[in-house]
Design a protein around this ligand. Structure first.
Ligand SMILES: [Zn+2]
Length: 94
């Protein structure tokens, strides 16, 4: 089993900027956002993906996500984690 490293906030921001993602909240337009720092809580967030038909929680797969939380209205945006991790590995800081 491969041990995943925590994703840094700076890598998330670098990824979003490189991809041209808007920093403003889609709900209120605020530029202030926060994210879950995986180094702080020592935890990651994932959505469960259920197979059709129905939803068997015991057989669900997990999709790793990164959450951005608006510092003004608390709206949450979710991004797939793996593309950010892969991009950060291909584009290391100096
Ligand atoms: Zn907002």
């Amino acid at each position: 089993m491969v041990q995943a490293k925590p994703l840094k906030i700076s890598d998330i921001i670098r990824f979003l900027e490189a991809k041209g993602a808007k920093a403003r909240c889609v709900a209120c337009g605020s530029k202030h956002f926060e994210t879950v720092d995986e180094c702080e809580p020592d935890a990651r967030v994932a959505f469960k993906a259920f197979k059709f038909p129905g939803y068997d929680a015991t057989g669900a797969k997990a999709i790793d996500v990164v959450l951005l939380v608006c510092g003004n209205c608390a709206a949450i945006r979710a991004y797939a984690r793996k593309p950010i991790v892969d991009w950060a590995a291909e584009n290391p800081t100096n």
